[in-house]
Design a protein around this ligand. Sequence first.
Ligand SMILES: [Zn+2]
Length: 212
Amino acid sequence: MNKIKPINFLIIFLIGISIFFIIDSKKVIGNLPDASPDPNTEDDIIIIPLSLHLINGSSETYNTNRNEENIIELVRNANIIWDQANILFILEDIDTIEIKGSDINLIFSSGVGILTKRDDFDSGMINGYFMNSLNSNGISFPPQGVFAVADKTTVNDYRTLAHELGHLLGLAHVKERENLMFSGVNGEILSDEEIIFARRNAKRVFNINNFN
Ligand SMILES: [Zn+2]
């Protein structure tokens, strides 16, 4: 019986390896997803800049006990909620500002004109104000893209922030308790309709850039 020469054995081995890889690569190519994603899907991230202000130099009623670290944590947690809509709020600017108590009172009686005229107001962004006391957990002024959140809230404070941001994106209160836009509980869910509506408003109202 003839022995197979080592060189022939090597050739057979290499042919076998090649066939294996050809078959295997065909299998992989067959499983590749479509090269072009559906252009109608709204899976691009919408980025919305925030300019946040800590109220100080006012009065005990309004001076906030929050610090920058706390605010960063708040925004981070609110973003976890808004991730379901693929909307990301970015903390563009944070400062501590002095506003007289009498001026803050004016906000509640005649709107946020007193705030939007100030030098520390950043137009083109959502402006948020953090103060010790409000008559509610939070308050929002959608036409001007302004909100305020109290130090002590009856629900998770980041949920209050996420809820007020929802109002600024055009969302109204709903009847489902588990929803972010139910008033006064800790629901965090957004419906498909709310997601579409909020994303449209984000693009239209705030003239937002996205990653694409
Ligand atoms: Zn509300």
